[in-house]
Design a protein around this ligand. Structure first.
Ligand SMILES: [Ca+2]
Length: 294
């Protein structure tokens, strides 16, 4: 699970808490005392058929047919990569309006395009107070590549219409691991990043430049070209970790001054792509840095 600041998570929980279905007081008449338990939180990103964060939708959690929690997909003020968060009320005994740890729950997404019943997810309720990070794509994905079916259909039609040779294999199949435009990012990762697999200048997930800030050499300036409605973080690993470096989330700044406001996630909107700049403090004599697409 990605790291998330406790402050960010708390504000998410409180801002969406009003959506949670409260346990009616009548239920407290049950023979077994009902304890007040913290909710089970489900949070993450809901994306569309292009891998972009959905701007509006409703996410619901049901136990059987019973609605336990609902919340809106959108953007939060908190420093989080998530675009939804649900607080599922929890109980220590079987209630119609709350889950017990181990219950089978269903997560459903309802957007302007309808309810994505094909993508309903079955979740096992965790213990009260736990958080499950869950990214969901609200699109049909029945091909073996991990793409949405609509993206695959569009890209096959485009290759056919324009007559692009070499993008598909000899049997006419999509090649997820190939890098057609040679920008160092595979066709599949370009899909996830929302960049153009036919244009090497549109190289999502590549750090384009990396240099010390003039007058403040402890701070490094990194530029990259993000895709639309994506969330990114920066990660660092020590250089001596061999073939399996352990990358860890590192906060970044959006401005180059000393001790500026640090945050963990950079979120883009649906504006035209433009090169973005983030600033990271140098750590140790040398380090490996990378961008992470959330
Ligand atoms: Ca590429």
């Amino acid at each position: 699970m990605s790291k998330m600041s406790s402050a960010g998570l708390m504000s998410l929980v409180s801002c969406l808490g009003a959506w949670a279905v409260l346990v009616p007081s009548a239920c407290f008449a049950a023979a077994q005392p009902v304890l007040s338990l913290p909710p089970f939180v489900i949070t993450g990103r809901v994306t569309d058929d292009r891998g972009a964060g959905l701007e509006s939708a409703e996410v619901r959690v049901r136990k059987g047919e019973t609605l336990l929690a609902r919340g809106n997909v959108g953007r939060f003020e908190a420093d989080t990569s998530a675009n939804y968060a649900l607080s599922v009320p929890m109980a220590n005994t079987n209630l119609a309006t709350a889950a017990v740890a181990g219950d089978t729950l269903t997560l459903e997404i309802d957007s302007a395009a309808g309810t994505y019943s094909d993508t309903n997810l079955v979740i096992t309720a965790a213990k009260p107070g736990r958080t499950l990070k869950l990214n969901v794509q609200a699109a049909q994905c029945t091909n073996p590549y991990g793409l949405s079916d609509s993206y695959l259909a569009d890209i096959l039609a485009y290759v056919d219409a324009v007559g692009i040779e070499g993008f598909l294999d000899a049997n006419g199949n999509y090649q997820p691991n190939a890098d057609f435009d040679g920008d160092g990012v595979s066709n599949y990762l370009e899909y996830l990043a929302g960049t153009d697999p036919f244009d090497a200048d549109d190289a999502g997930l590549k750090i384009l430049s990396w240099r010390a800030v003039e007058g403040n050499p402890d701070l490094m300036e990194a530029t990259f070209l993000p895709g639309p409605n994506r969330a990114y973080s920066a990660e660092r690993a020590a250089p001596d970790a061999g073939n399996a470096p352990q990358f860890e989330l590192r906060p970044h700044q959006l401005t180059p001054e000393k001790n500026g406001v640090a945050k963990n996630y950079l979120l883009t909107g649906n504006e035209d792509p433009e090169v973005r700049v983030i600033y990271l403090y140098k750590e140790g004599a040398s380090s490996l840095y990378r961008l992470r697409l959330e």
